[in-house]
Design a protein around this ligand. Structure first.
Ligand SMILES: Cc1ncc(COP(=O)(O)O)c(C=O)c1O
Length: 367
């Protein structure tokens, strides 16, 4: 894939949002037991999964989730794809806040819906929501759904409670459904606090919460978990998922998820602490060694967002600097709907020494 995307495989990959660390041993242990059992019969125990996710969220975020208000689906993206089909019609507008996780656009367009952009604004050294534009768009009457990225990938904002309350109160005014993708909700650094849409008073909302994909490195074996306190919305999505037989748990996923949430606290705290140290190192290094590059220090997520325009390079030259000289595979900002080709995202869930060597090489090439 590196060859396909970057034209070379002589690059260190920092592009896709997964991690380069061995997973928590309680997860490995339970999977080993499963393999040793030599038996993969039908198993249905979503209830224990929902309870484990609820307890985790109560302990970590003081968030009250009712285990019976979850609906399990195969993944976060399939959850979004189903919700789009269940709660909007062909041709409807779905609002996203660019630059944003690129699959949002693909899922909306492939369902025959229209992408409506509500671009984020840069204020000082962070991104904020353009509420004026957001309300204007909702007022236009063509928006059937808001697809929120909370926390936000790639700009690393952890939306505050008051920002989310404002977003919800405007959605309420126009009775627009909110889907909140909270897959990065546990990766929150000191000074920020995660607020789930599920904790706010809006019954026209669904939250995708609790997938251990990002926080436990189970990217390719995770399910998606939709949560809503609104029974009608839940029943509708449950019926769709069951009508397609997408409501079966995979035993490997189920055991891994339960082990992660019941026994993975210590491992996760270590991971969070480590990546926060890495984030701090990157922010400090860039400020001192490459001040021409604007670095948006993430409040959460393992993604860091750079604006290289201060280097004064043409897009092609910048690409060559990054891939051929510094040998780093970053994700182009244009994937996320960023029009300016100077923006790139780096996933830093990697060993610190590796990140340090890469950015030091970049510095030496910039001069
Ligand atoms: C915001 C967001 N949602 C969803 C996903 C993908 O989730 P999954 O692979 O579990 O469907 C990602 C992966 O990067 C993501 O950043």
């Amino acid at each position: 894939m590196l060859q396909q995307i970057y034209g070379t495989d002589d690059v260190t990959p920092y592009w896709i949002a997964d991690m380069d660390f061995p997973i928590a041993s309680p997860i490995t242990n339970v999977m080993q037991q499963l393999v040793n059992r030599e038996l993969y019969s039908y198993e249905f125990d979503s209830q224990t999964v929902f309870e484990a996710i609820s307890t985790w969220n109560k302990e970590r975020h003081n968030l009250d989730l009712k285990p019976e208000h979850f609906v399990q689906v195969p993944g976060v993206l399939s959850a979004i794809a189903m919700l789009i089909r269940d709660f909007t019609h062909e041709g409807d507008g779905i609002l996203i806040q660019t630059p944003v996780y690129h699959q949002f656009r693909r899922l909306i367009e492939s369902a025959g819906r229209q992408v409506i952009n509500n671009p984020l604004k840069i204020e000082g050294d962070q991104y904020v929501i353009d509420f004026e534009d957001y309300e204007e768009q909702l007022k236009s009457g063509n928006i059937a759904m808001i697809l929120l990225c909370n926390p936000h990938n790639p700009v690393g904002r952890v939306w505050t409670k008051s920002e989310l309350q404002k977003l919800v109160s405007i959605a309420k005014k126009y009775n627009t459904t909110i889907i909140s993708d909270e897959v990065h909700g546990d990766i929150i650094f000191d000074g920020a606090r995660f607020t789930s849409i599920a904790s706010l008073d809006y019954n026209n909302s669904l939250t995708i919460i609790g997938s251990p994909a990002k926080n436990f490195g189970l990217n390719s074996i995770s399910n998606g978990y939709i949560y809503s306190d609104n029974q009608m919305l839940r029943e509708k999505i449950r019926a769709t998922s069951s009508s397609m037989s997408l409501d079966h748990a995979n035993a490997v996923t189920m055991y891994a998820t339960i082990a992660a949430y019941q026994h993975g606290q210590e491992w996760f705290d270590g991971f969070l602490n480590y990546t926060q140290t890495t984030r701090n190192w990157i922010v400090d290094f860039m400020a001192k060694q490459l001040p021409q590059v604007k670095t948006f220090s993430p409040q959460g997520t393992n993604q860091i967002w750079f604006d290289f325009s201060g280097l004064g390079l043409k897009p092609k030259q910048l690409k060559a600097l990054l891939t051929l000289e510094a040998k780093i595979a970053l994700t182009p900002g244009t994937w996320f709907g960023e029009e300016d080709e100077n923006f790139y995202r780096m996933n830093f869930a990697s060993p610190l020494e590796k990140v340090q060597a890469s950015l030091q090489l970049l510095k030496s090439k910039v001069g």
